[in-house]
Design a protein around this ligand. Structure first.
Ligand code: ZN
Length: 441
């Protein structure tokens, strides 16, 4: 969509800034941020307003350190425009919008409710609060009628909303527009008095907070985000035949099809590239959930693909199946359960299924085998209570264990196959010697 001149209002205060200047090392800042995030993460579900305030405090502290004009670092409206302008955040937003279905839905719904009006202005203009049971568009139209067309002040966000609506177009699903609404939701928390307790206002809180968190959290250093892992681990957990060679990650052992698939994932997630089968990541660590969401949107949906055809396998099962096959246990089908059912796979034959279960249960019994099928049963004192997200993570942990031990496991499986193979009948026992062998002296 062509940028309207009015959209420039969303970031005008940022001047000619293109990107915030990220602080290199700043222990003091991160300590401060951590204390707010702890409160943000701890607060329970119905304290959305408090959680939002904590997250906002962390983001603003960070933005103040990143803003080029230190003299204005205390001006929240200036910082908000700088944040809305920042290229990195905008790119990440666009990327997440592309690869994360759930987030995209959330953003679309959020934009469909826009614009968000300033609560004090609504009060002053005697416009009754929006009731979520009623049509939002009718409310918006009525409220906009109260804003004089020639007025420079825009008591709503995004500031270009009226122009978009008049042109009969959707609000652009980009970072600048969405962030301007997030900032407005925040303003209403401060200035709206009791208004945020109003059911209408509450509709904005959760999505505003979720979107801000999803886009911003990648700025946190790895110590603050525990799910950040090395690229080698991420690749092994997803079944890629990667190895470390001279401090680089090589994929020379991988099939051509999988290298192509990996390149596609790297491009779609803006993670970096493969060059001469060497991984050249943009950053040495990766937030695993981000990687997995990219895989989730990038793979096909055949349950019966070949074990080395990673592009056809479920996100959370590809690694486990690949490494089992590498260890010498062939599989036919696999399914990670898609967060609903329990992850399972079907081995090529019953003996392979028994071997697989035996291997996988080596550290702790957590898989059930029946016929050719092996199913994850759960872990801990109450296996049935294992949450879907924990089950899926477990599959990745198991994949990593298999990958790291694959050479040894391969010889164990080979030995076990020898043990269970049909043996030539034993030679008859030699006849007992007439004289006892042991003689006492
Ligand atoms: Zn606009």
């Amino acid at each position: 969509m062509a940028e309207k001149s009015d959209c420039g209002k969303l970031t005008a205060a940022a001047g000619d800034l293109q990107a915030l200047v990220r602080p290199a090392e700043n222990a003091e800042l991160w300590d401060f941020v951590r204390s707010w995030l702890r409160r943000f993460e701890k607060a329970d579900g119905d304290k959305a307003a408090e959680r939002f305030v904590c997250l906002w405090a962390a983001v603003m502290a960070w933005a103040a350190k990143c803003s080029p004009d230190a003299g204005r670092a205390h001006e929240e409206s200036y910082l908000a425009h700088c944040l809305a302008r920042d290229q990195k955040l905008a790119e990440r937003f666009a990327n997440l919008y592309k690869i994360d279905k759930d987030l995209r839905k959330k953003i679309d719904r959020f934009l469909a409710l826009a614009p968000v009006f300033l609560a004090p202005w609504l009060q002053k203009s005697e416009i009754p609060e929006w009731d979520p049971a009623q049509d939002r568009r009718a409310f918006v139209t009525k409220a906009l009628e109260k804003v004089p067309a020639e007025s420079a002040a825009r008591p709503y966000a995004p500031a270009c909303a009226r122009e978009h609506l008049l042109a009969n177009e959707k609000l652009p699903a980009d970072w600048a527009h969405v962030f301007s609404i997030v900032a407005q939701v925040r303003r209403n928390l401060f200035h709206g008095g009791r208004n945020y307790k109003n059911a209408g206002e509450r509709q904005f809180l959760e999505p505003a907070m979720a979107i801000l968190w999803e886009v911003w959290r990648f700025e946190l250093p790895s110590g603050l985000l525990i799910s950040r892992i090395s690229w080698l681990r991420a690749l092994l957990r997803s079944g890629f035949m990667a190895r470390e060679a001279e401090n680089r990650i090589s994929l020379t052992d991988e099939t051509e099809a999988n290298r192509k698939y990996l390149q596609k994932l790297l491009t779609s997630g803006h993670f970096g590239m493969l060059k001469n089968d060497i991984l050249l990541p943009n950053e040495p660590y990766i937030e695993e959930s981000f990687w997995l969401r990219t895989v989730d949107s990038g793979h096909g949906s055949s349950e019966a693909g070949r074990a080395d055809d990673l592009a056809s396998m479920d996100t959370y099962m590809a690694g486990l199946v690949r490494w089992l096959n590498e260890a010498g246990i062939a599989t036919e089908l696999s399914c990670d359960g898609h967060g609903e059912r329990k992850p399972s796979f079907t081995a090529a034959d019953e003996e392979s299924a028994r071997l697989a279960a035996w291997l996988l249960n080596f550290r702790a019994p957590q898989f059930n085998q029946s016929g050719k099928t092996v199913k994850y049963a759960g872990a801990g004192p109450n296996p049935n209570a294992t949450k879907p997200a924990d089950r899926l993570k477990k599959m990745l942990d198991v994949a990593e264990w298999l990958a790291k031990n694959r050479e040894d496991l391969k010889s164990i499986v080979a030995s076990m196959r020898k043990v269970s193979a049909a043996k030539a009948p034993l030679k008859p026992e030699p006849a007992a010697p007439k004289e006892p062998i042991l003689k006492t002296k």
